[in-house]
Ligand binder design. Structure first.
Ligand SMILES: Cc1cc2nc3c(=O)[nH]c(=O)nc-3n(C[C@H](O)[C@H](O)[C@H](O)COP(=O)(O)OP(=O)(O)OC[C@H]3O[C@@H](n4cnc5c(N)ncnc54)[C@H](O)[C@@H]3O)c2cc1C
Length: 284
């Protein structure tokens, strides 16, 4: 279907973009890579009156080393995240998850910030962002503000972003030397996650010193598997200890049932995939 008519503007700075959003009012929308928004427009599930294209704002693109963190610009593409050496070195979990997103064509157009702002519960980058304790940098008419990932994801496709705000970047604390793995369960290659698990671990002398585990599509928002993390710390990095900790993965969750999986099956997947993800992350 052809989308409903809209006005289009392509500002060249963040301030101009924010002003354009505010001027256009409630019915304006940001467009970045368009990989999620264009299908929505074509299906006429949304009919914004104005699109503010942030794809031509140089300051939003690229990955900056801030010392103890990486700042990933919102319009950095999935392809660029996958290939960035600093992401590989300091935030391996993001690379692992990005490797599973869609296909090369989508990864060349789709952006890291777009995926995070879209907040699809089946999206593969939300759980890693949450697990790594990232901060979201937002910019609106009143200037910049920072929101912890734990407070950013509010509900299905809903975030803490206000109407006049854009996501300018994601600040990811460095996890240098950590093992990481993203274990995704989907029906066919390149499909969305039915359930997936993001795991990062730091092993010291054969013992798990620190662990971060995030769950994809186990709720309307990404979920942190805190019980698994606590059960892992101080344990030897063995298959048995990991399996025992992973048994806690579905604690406190009540995922919705859909055509792909009912609640009990999703909880079963969370336990199995958590065990696999941590095993791969520790290299056991
Ligand atoms: C065939 C196909 C398969 C896919 N498979 C997967 C998959 O397996 N896993 C996965 O995680 N994703 C998948 N995706 C989605 C892909 O990751 C998209 O790139 C991503 O969801 C949206 O990024 P975008 O830059 O294209 O955003 P857009 O489509 O441009 O925007 C998406 C939404 O976010 C808002 N937005 C975008 N950027 C900003 C910003 N900086 N500030 C504020 N709001 C913003 C827009 O207003 C819009 O509401 C798939 C997409 C396609 C087309």
């Amino acid at each position: 279907m052809i989308p409903a008519a809209f006005d289009y503007t392509a500002p060249s700075t963040v301030d101009e973009a924010v002003r354009a959003l505010a001027d256009a009012g409630e019915e304006a929308k940001v467009i970045a890579g368009g990989q999620s928004l264009i299908p929505v427009l074509r299906m006429r599930l949304a009919a914004p009156t104005t699109l503010v294209d942030i794809g031509r704002i140089p300051e939003l693109r690229g990955i900056r080393d801030e010392g103890d963190a990486l700042l990933i610009g919102a319009t950095t593409t999935h392809y660029e995240v996958q290939r960035d050496p600093s992401v590989r070195e300091h935030a391996l979990l993001l690379k692992a998850a990005t490797d599973t997103v869609a296909d090369p064509q989508v990864r060349h157009r789709g952006t890291f910030g777009g995926a995070v702002a879209h907040a699809d519960p089946a999206g593969d980058l939300l759980a890693p962002v949450l697990a790594l304790d990232a901060e979201l940098v937002l910019h609106g008419l009143e200037g910049p503000r920072t929101v912890a990932a734990a407070d950013f994801f509010v509900d299905y496709f809903t975030t803490a972003l206000r109407q006049d705000e854009i996501l300018v970047g994601v600040r990811v604390p460095k996890h240098t030397g950590w093992g990481a793995h993203y274990e995704k369960f989907s029906r066919v290659a390149q499909a969305w996650s039915i359930v997936a698990v993001a795991a990062a671990v730091r092993v010291e002398g054969g013992v798990i010193a620190e662990a971060r585990v995030g769950l994809t599509n186990m709720s309307s928002v990404p979920v942190r598997a805190r019980a698994v993390e606590s059960a892992l710390v101080g344990q030897p990095a063995t298959a048995e200890a990991i399996r025992a900790a992973a048994a806690h993965a579905a604690e406190g969750t009540s995922p919705t049932a859909d055509g792909n999986a009912d609640t009990a099956y999703r909880q079963h997947l969370a336990r199995v995939l958590t065990s696999r993800a941590i095993t791969a992350a520790t290299g056991v």
